[in-house]
Write a protein that binds this ligand. Sequence first.
Ligand code: SAT
Ligand code: MN
Length: 584
Amino acid sequence: MASSLESLNRWVEEVAGLTQPAEIHWCNGSDGESRLLKEHMLARGDLLELNQETHPGCTLHRSSPTDVARVEHLTFICTREREDAGPNNPWMDPAEAHAKVDALFAGAMRGRTMYVVPYCMGPIDSPLSRCGVEITDSPYVVANMRIMTRMGAPALSRIEREGRFVKGLHSTGELNPDKRFIMHFPEELTIKSIGSGYGGNALLGKKCHALRIGSWQARSEGWLAEHMLIVGIENPEGETHYIAAAFPSACGKTNLAMLIPPESYRKAGWKVWTVGDDICWMTPGEDGRLWAINPEAGFFGVAPGTDRTTNPNALTTIQRDTIYTNVAVTSDNQPWWEGLREGTPVKDWQGRDHDPANGPAAHPNSRFTVSASQCPSWTPMAEAPQGVPISAIIFGGRRPSLIPLVFEARDWSHGVLVGAAMGSETTAAATGAVGVLRRDSMAMKPFCGYNFADYFAHWLSFDKPGAKLPKIFHVNWFRKGADGRFLWPGFGENLRVLEWIIGRCEGRTGALETPIGLVPDSTDIHLDDLGLGPSAIRELLEIDAAGWRREVDAIGSYLDSFGARLPDRLKQEQQRIATALAQS
Ligand code: SAT
Ligand code: MN
């Protein structure tokens, strides 16, 4: 099956000419195709079968030990003008980048099958969705793309109808970190990725298309492509508010998206609905509100820490038909990771006999890939072509000190500053040091496909007459006390914070004005039956003026690093807060 779209056929031929595959397979996404692919991978050892009694349909993939996470230093934005990529991105001249990777792609698929994977990001019939085609020589990538996107014949039909698609070329190459590049050409709507088979580097629909190229498309078309979960909170009156929340990788987006309400809330009738756990595309609707879709169809979640106590919905979701990557296994071949209370690992993520001297049994960035529809809290609204209306946007990161449990921005401009100023400790989702505080604006530092200064301006541009924008909040679940322990219990209890946020959106809950924004008084937020002492509550909600003066100075220096392209309004917001703090 080739395509009726000439430009697609031509590109596939061109790529085949360069990479020299033994054969070409156009993926139709059918069950039969998927079964054959799985058998092929099991035969080759790309996949290992897990315990089919406890985990029917589940398999394990062990990646190359040097290929376990995103590689930000090898991920380039290749725009004609360096300034368009901004100081937030590694940049390479497009001609140089093409020459560099094309040399690596030459003959790279010899002896391999080249898969042509048409996919749609978002519900197949949604005007907010966008399509792409990934060419890859990795059957593991094909299997993951089938779970993570709407892949196959319906996507190809849409592409043929629309005549446009994002081109993504991928090869695992030699899996050599010295010959690994993830190149983005936003002006050509093209991605070229070689030398890695890992998630965000290789499943090109995800970070490469839905965020880096997507953010570029969004800017020119007037929408937002964001690193956000989408969750619906239904109150006892049966009204559902949808919230979009940006946290860096491995900071709890999946847990928040699948939250199970605490007992007393459940009894009162609160419900939580999962729309997405990682990416959100938002567009202003005719009513002035922002309407959001989850462009993905599955979860590519972090396994470690996932347990019946922390995220029971996720654990149920991944009980069947799941691809596990780099987890450990028990003696009866069940998947295992740190934080999972049941079971004992006997083989580590590299397949060695487990020895704690070698480090954790599961890789800290080990993952599960699973269809979102298997999640007990999944809502059919995730398939709604018009998306869901967003009531609140939340920003947050891992901040052990200073940042209170929750605060609300005064207005949209202040909210954009709050997002731009986000900081978080780094995690194992990317290679490099873990636990280092860095600025990660809107959790998009690794994912914004253009200059952050222009991105902030784009965010500000949504504030126009007739707009009914969501309120913007900042949360911090990761605050630690003097003893180094987390002050906040997190997980299901986070609903208490969401309840306050929804109350603010409906205008029925109080807040105190402070120089940094609106903060709940301990009586505004429902904490009394939580067992936290009054001093912990005070610490979680207090504003340390001296600490904040230093923070706002640091935010000022960060904003200055974007030079003259930074919108004045952001700097004015920062100065307004600095002045208010100086007077407090
Ligand atoms: O980039 S991945 O898709 O591998 C996961 C993440 O870091 O959010
Ligand atoms: Mn992510």
